[in-house]
Ligand binder design. Structure first.
Ligand code: SAM
Length: 225
């Protein structure tokens, strides 16, 4: 898979892709993440990428021309499954969306800033709009990192145990059961006996029951769906 991220603040995306699972996935060649500095596509000497909003009002708007140049250059090199704009008014990201996107080959993610992008960018280039929640961030970079992480960890070979992602919360419309590790007793706090019994079938049953209990208590809406 290849993910191209377009941003006016490329440095903001350095850290999220340079550690742990996302770093290893790139080193193993399972995903290529390419960050593009939008200012490199600006046409003015001052590398301008934003301007005042027509009609007035507070906040700058990201201009269409540099974005057009960047997206068009990428699209001339390969076919993209989706051009995604990270935006608070997009469809709220969930596990099912991440599952579907993990099956795609090439994705572009566009990060907005200021008041967002000129609406004509959305009309002409964007095929999918994704929000990471009902709150407003200063820019789309953290949202692009969140979306990329949710996708990349699902790619075959990325997690050392491939079944691990399947037992995480939301995969079966349920939350994950509680987990424990050594020591089996800490300052009087004991791990449930069943987990140290070695009885695989009973452990599975226990985990299912606990996942159900937790989902019913914390997210009953998932069970209704
Ligand atoms: N004026 C926009 C509005 O009210 O919907 C908010 C613009 S926000 C300050 C700047 C950029 O941050 C957006 O263009 C978008 O790329 C990104 N952003 C902010 N909140 C987001 C969210 N919840 N999900 C995804 N991207 C978000």
């Amino acid at each position: 898979m290849r993910i191209d991220i377009i941003t006016c603040l490329p440095k903001l995306l350095e850290s999220p892709f340079s550690h742990s699972i996302l770093e290893r996935a790139q080193k193993k060649g399972l995903v290529e993440v390419v960050v593009h500095d939008l200012r490199a596509y600006a046409t003015t000497k001052s590398r301008q990428i934003d301007d005042y909003a027509f009609g007035g009002g507070a906040g700058m708007v990201m201009m269409i021309e540099p974005i057009d140049k960047c997206i068009s250059a990428l699209q001339s090199e390969r076919k993209y499954d989706d051009v995604i704009y990270l935006t608070p008014d997009g469809a709220t990201l969930n596990q099912q969306m991440a599952n579907r996107m993990s099956l795609q080959k090439n994705l572009i993610m566009l990060c907005g800033h200021y008041k967002g992008v000129d609406e004509r960018v959305r009309e002409k280039f964007i095929t999918k709009e994704v929000s990471i929640g009902d709150y407003v961030l200063s820019g789309g970079e953290l949202a692009a990192a969140v979306l990329s992480d949710a996708i990349i960890r699902l790619l075959p070979g990325v997690l050392s145990d491939e079944t691990s992602a399947l037992t995480d919360s939301f995969q079966d419309h349920m939350l994950a059961p509680p987990v424990y590790t050594r020591p089996a007793e800490y300052k009087g706090l004991k791990v449930p006996e069943i987990l140290t019994s070695g009885h695989a079938g009973k452990i599975e049953e226990w985990r299912y029951e606990k996942a159900m209990e937790r989902t019913a208590e914390r997210r009953p809406d998932l069970l209704k769906n």
